[in-house]
Design a binder for this molecule. Structure first.
Ligand code: SAH
Length: 212
């Protein structure tokens, strides 16, 4: 099967499993996941699996990217922060739905590769930073939306504090050796409202910048 028919098969499967937002489905159709997958795994780019990208990290499973993007409720005027650039795929999907996407990664090597893909695909509304995502991006705060694509052991209060009033953060919370609770946090006038939107499995959020 050629990559386009594989991609269409994957998108149809997502529609069946509850991805109903046509903007999200459109973004998944536009962004070539194969560009963000190492050459050795490229024939599996449109299977619904997480794949290794080096440095013991993974590109998220497409259905997880779809679900997280849908529950984030991104609008085209929004300023969005992602923690954990990894391959850059989730960033590219979000960037096609918002005004500007800021993304933080602790591995320089992964960030360099992701940046190369953004240029190759002519995506110009992504700003990257090498750093500890747990600190967010205070100089650019507040954000309309924040997505954390690594597992936090507890509610990341610092990040929640960088949301606008009315802003939404989606974050996997729990131990990294099992499933985590995908949590949606909404900042209101009075404080924060939290709800569970599913279970996911992510690599852990690790403090500090990676050596080497
Ligand atoms: N969004 C990615 C999936 C990333 S996997 C994609 O679409 O491919 C999680 C990523 O979070 C890894 O690249 C890991 O290095 C990064 N990460 C973990 N802890 C971090 C931290 N404290 N700050 C920034 N990035 C972090």
């Amino acid at each position: 099967m050629n990559p386009d028919s594989r991609k269409i098969r994957l998108i149809l499967a997502m529609r069946r499993t509850g991805i109903t937002d046509t903007r999200v489905l459109g973004a998944l159709e536009r962004i070539p996941r194969d560009a963000f997958v190492p050459v050795t795994f490229r024939d599996r780019a449109y299977d619904d699996v997480a794949l290794p990208i080096g440095r013991h990290q993974t590109i998220s499973q497409p259905s997880v990217v779809a679900r997280m993007t849908q529950v984030l409720e991104v609008g085209d005027r929004m300023k969005v922060l992602e923690i954990g650039t990894g391959s850059g795929y989730q960033a590219a999907v979000l960037a096609s739905l918002c005004r500007r996407l800021y993304t933080v990664e602790r591995h320089r090597e992964l960030l360099d590769l992701a940046e190369r893909q953004f240029s190759a695909l002519r995506i110009t509304n992504i700003t990257t930073r090498l750093g500890d995502g747990a600190l967010g991006w205070p100089e650019q705060a507040p954000f309309d939306r924040i997505i954390v694509t690594a597992a936090a052991s507890a509610m990341p209060e610092v990040l929640a504090g960088q949301l606008c009033i009315g802003g939404i953060m989606v974050v996997p919370i729990g131990a990294s050796d099992g499933d985590q609770t995908l949590t949606r946090v909404r900042r209101t006038d009075e404080g924060f409202a939290t709800e569970t939107v599913g279970m996911v499995r992510f690599v852990p959020l690790v403090p500090g910048i990676a050596a080497g």
